[in-house]
Design a protein around this ligand. Structure first.
Ligand code: UFG
Length: 331
């Protein structure tokens, strides 16, 4: 239809997979990314790229107009729970304040749809598992609060303008493009599967497990690990849903199955066929014990179908990416 999707953070880990999913679906994409963690090499050839913050209103206004943007997929933001506890101001600025600027520009330019990278961290320490979208949102760290505030802004913006949105609450994203076109390339990536694969490849000396006294079967935290390609597809499904007139929606994206940190490390050791040191450490501040999604809403409303719901496959794809590392640097 001649319109484009603006992907903020499109040079980053999840954003670059979303760009691939959009191109695979025959869509036009434009990327804005300040390259604070992303890499320009992650943006496929032929996709217009602007190096700027999504809080740069003049730049965003120009892009929205010049590329006839009807939809914004908003990935740009800071994502570390631990860092948000140390430096909350960074999270309120990079996430909440910059997104306020982006939403304002979207409203001014008459953008129709906004698809937002929200997070399971908005739930805090959930009272029931699996977590449904109607569960209370009581985040226990600044990261979760900085994202929940954005959900509120979107809800209010949608109530007062014609903007419609999908807030996708991601659970733990991992893996890499099965065709090897993209993967985790952030230098300081700290996520469990990434760290464990680095340890398996000998790029770091073993790894730490944060907490051994959580109220779980083995004492380590439980998470719902979702393949980045399935997550990217959820954004394309959200685009189809909004374009066909769907109402604004807040929706979990996870598989509905939990693995403990120790389970994940075992799978990584098995898939990589190597052993490495695992040290037990104190709990990491801001970590909830258990996060597992109900994905009924994604399946029924977005018609999301998972294709890579398999922890071994997630680890295998992360490993393949790390072995060839088309761009990015080994940790
Ligand atoms: N962990 C370790 N050692 C490590 C890295 C992680 O033990 O070296 C543990 C963490 O303590 C946690 C689990 O592995 O228990 C997962 O940690 P990650 O850092 O991989 O991910 P988080 O669960 O902290 O957070 C991620 C995203 C958030 C999102 C959340 C939702 O970064 O944006 O998943 O489940 F909100």
């Amino acid at each position: 239809n001649g319109s484009s999707v603006l992907v903020t953070g499109g040079a980053g880990y999840i954003g670059s997979h979303a760009v691939l999913a959009l191109l695979d679906a025959g869509e036009r994409a434009v990327v804005i990314d300040d390259l604070s963690t992303g890499l320009q090499a992650a943006v496929p050839e032929g996709v217009p790229f602007y190096r700027a913050s999504c809080g740069d209103t003049a730049m965003v206004a120009k892009i929205l107009q010049n590329h006839a943007v009807d939809t914004i997929m908003h990935f740009a933001g800071s994502i570390s729970v631990a860092e948000s506890v140390r430096d909350p101001g960074k999270y309120y600025l990079n996430n909440t304040v910059n997104t306020h600027a982006l939403i304002s520009q979207a409203e001014r330019a008459g953008v129709l749809h906004f698809i937002f990278s929200s997070t399971a961290a908005v739930y805090g320490e959930p009272r029931t598992i699996p977590i449904e979208e109607e569960n209370a949102t009581l985040p226990i760290n600044p990261y979760g609060r900085s994202k929940l505030a954005i959900e509120w802004m979107l809800r209010d913006a949608a109530a007062s303008t014609s903007l419609r949105y999908c807030a996708l609450r991601y659970f733990n994203v991992a893996g890499a493009d099965p065709a090897g076109r993209s993967g985790q390339s952030t230098r300081e990536a700290f996520h469990l599967i990434h760290v464990a694969v680095q340890a398996a490849l000998g790029r770091r000396q073993g790894m730490d497990v944060f907490g051994s006294d959580y109220p779980t079967s083995d004492g380590s935290c439980i998470r719902d690990y979702v393949h980045v390609t399935d997550l990217a597809q959820a954004h394309v499904d959200a685009l189809t849903y909004l374009r066909s007139g769907g109402e604004s929606l807040t929706c979990n994206v996870g598989y509905g199955r939990g693995y403990s940190v120790l389970d994940v490390i075992d799978v990584v050791k098995r898939v990589c066929r190597v052993d490495f040191d695992v040290r037990t450490r104190e709990r990491r501040p801001g970590d909830p014990a258990i996060l597992v999604a109900s994905n009924a809403k994604a399946k029924s409303i977005l018609r999301w179908r998972s294709c890579h719901d398999h922890l071994e496959q997630i680890v295998q794809h992360a490993l393949s990416w790390e072995r060839q590392l088309k761009f990015g640097v080994p940790a």
